[in-house]
Design a protein around this ligand. Structure first.
Ligand code: GAP
Length: 536
């Protein structure tokens, strides 16, 4: 219910629109409207400032083993196809899919759940897409299959609990999530998640290239360039923000799983002996970043992956997860992954073979026992000029999604409370309680009424603040209604020019959260906003 209200507010107020909506939309693609684009820009900007541009490389930061450097990078979306072979994405970035011959729908094999059920002397495995209402859907499908009415649901003999389709070997008795008959699902087939395109006029395989499924690889292949051009010593973090593309089988939950999305990634290069300490440092620092920007700690958890869950490159991963309102009670969705990638990527790009510990052997070697993919052959190791030690750095990777972060901030900000309207009557108010730093607009400026020189003065205040902040001017309608519109947009302050302003140069400034109104001098407005943005 709350998610529906959030989605509807996002469209109504211009945070998010479905891509190509006038043509019926394109599944898994989203456009940011006027408020959304500011929100996402602020998320990216906060990340870049906190991780890169305001980074203090002189001192040891709290919790960090040593001082370290941070640099930024902006790489292309299309890269040499060999990058994806050596990274493992070409071979391993797959989902297993099943198709339904009856409904013509395609499902992720591991996202279909089912239960055995018997009636009228027939036993079937009835399924539904994994989710909150799966049990209810399974029952409806079973009743339909056996041609029973809801009042006869006791005739269904359930056998065992909910089981994932991956546990079922023979699909003969399986009724697909949208099928009427049993046995219509195909065997699972692999499906690569990378979007393929062709570079130049060649449309054959020689021109084939892939839209990057992560920004990380651009950093690995530029590691030496950054090191040589900046002359930093390790530890060094290289950060990048940019679009990534995955042909997700089941894009869903608003922007949570999209096919085009933005990542904010750091590859942190360090000495192998220090890597465990840096892993802990980045896990804690990234968690604290979300809390500082307003994500409540009881809706966010840190979850360590168990061995079976680890990505092909990872020797340790922790996810920062958020209780998105579309998740079932007690469940969380991934906001960011912090991985200890070891030396997997640099080594693969040097040698063209994948780490034996983390990759199945068959993708490493060809029939002659030679590495299957040729690496760059370039030396991507590091020599410490003080100790003269040469080693392949280990990498810690905090990898966040800008869209997922923006969605979490939207969900966290959404609140309904009671506040008096223009006539003093209590009304339900929708308010987006964004942290002022990420709020799309920092203040709105209103003349109390549209006469007596108030609009002229208010425009002066507006233009002055606009030089530093994203502010909004509004003179239409009752002032109470104007406040409400700003509450919905998450604007922390509303500044009103009234009769008194014209005599003593003061305005009222209303706080979005406390609803308190203070009278301050016009000159003080910028300072009040600045302090609040910076948490002072
Ligand atoms: N370089 C490592 C990497 O890409 P990942 O866990 O696949 O790791 C990192 O992705 C982050 O990117 C996720 O935590 C999530 O925030 C975001 N992300 C991944 N797939 C996404 C999708 N389909 N839609 C939106 N965000 C996504």
């Amino acid at each position: 219910m709350q998610m529906e209200s959030i989605v509807s507010l996002c469209k109504r107020r211009g945070f998010l629109f479905q891509s190509s909506e006038i043509y019926g939309g394109l599944n898994g693609f989203w456009d940011y409207g006027p408020l959304g684009v500011e929100l996402k820009r602020n998320v990216r900007e906060a990340w870049w400032q906190d991780m890169v541009s305001r980074h203090d490389d002189m001192s040891t930061l709290p919790g960090a083993p040593t001082p370290f450097s941070m640099e930024g990078l902006d790489c292309t979306i299309l890269m040499h196809p060999q990058v994806w072979k050596c990274s493992g994405h070409y071979d391993l970035f797959h989902d297993f899919m099943v198709d339904c011959r009856e409904s013509k729908k395609r499902y992720r094999h591991d996202q279909i759940n089912g239960r055995w059920v018997e009636a009228k002397n027939k036993r079937i495995f009835v399924t539904a897409q994994a989710g909150d209402d799966e049990q209810q859907k399974m029952e409806q499908r079973a009743l339909k299959f056996f041609n029973l009415r809801a009042k006869n649901s006791d005739d269904l003999q359930w056998d065992g609990g909910v089981t994932c389709l991956t546990e079922i070997e023979d699909f003969e008795q399986v009724v697909g999530p949208d099928a009427k008959k049993a046995g219509t699902l195909t065997e699972p087939r692999e499906f690569n998640l990378m979007f393929k395109t062709f570079v130049g006029a060649l449309s054959g395989e020689e021109g084939a290239a892939y839209l990057r499924p992560e920004t990380a690889q651009g950093i690995f292949v530029n590691f030496k360039n950054v090191l040589d051009s900046t002359r930093h010593r390790l530890p060094l973090g290289i950060a990048q923000i940019g679009k990534s593309f995955r042909n997700e089988i089941t894009p869903r939950n608003f922007t949570f799983r999209s096919r085009e999305f933005e990542q904010m990634e750091i590859e942190f290069f360090c000495h192998p002996d220090q890597s465990a300490d840096w892993y802990r440092y980045w896990r804690d620092r990234r968690m604290a970043w979300y809390t500082k920007l307003g994500i409540s700690s009881d809706r966010m958890i840190m979850r360590e992956h168990d061995d079976a869950e680890l990505a092909h490159y990872s020797v340790g991963t922790a996810d920062i997860e958020y209780a998105f309102p579309f998740m079932a009670e007690g469940e969380y969705g991934e906001l960011e992954g912090i991985s200890h990638r070891g030396d997997f990527d640099l080594r693969s790009h040097m040698e063209g073979k994948l780490d034996e510990k983390t990759c199945p052997l068959e993708v490493q070697l060809d029939e002659d026992g030679k590495p299957k993919w040729k690496g760059s052959g370039k030396d991507l190791s590091y020599r410490d000029d003080l100790t003269n030690e040469k080693y392949t750095p280990h990498v810690i990777e905090p990898s966040a999604g800008a869209d997922r972060a923006a969605l979490a901030f939207l969900c966290e900000a959404y609140t309904e409370d009671q506040a008096p309207d223009d006539k003093g009557k209590m009304q339900t108010r929708t308010v987006m309680r964004f942290h002022p730093r990420i709020a799309p607009m920092k203040a709105a400026v209103f003349p109390l009424v549209k006469k007596d020189g108030m609009p002229e003065k208010a425009k002066e205040v507006y233009l002055d603040l606009k030089r530093e902040f994203n502010v909004f001017y509004d003179e239409k309608g009752a002032v109470g209604r104007r406040y409400r519109r700003q509450d919905e947009a998450g604007t922390p302050y509303c500044i009103t020019v009234d009769g008194q302003t014209l005599t003593d140069g003061t305005v009222t400034i209303r706080d979005r959260d406390s609803l308190e109104q203070q009278r301050i001098k016009i000159d003080e407005c910028a300072e009040v906003i600045r302090k609040r943005i910076n948490d002072e």
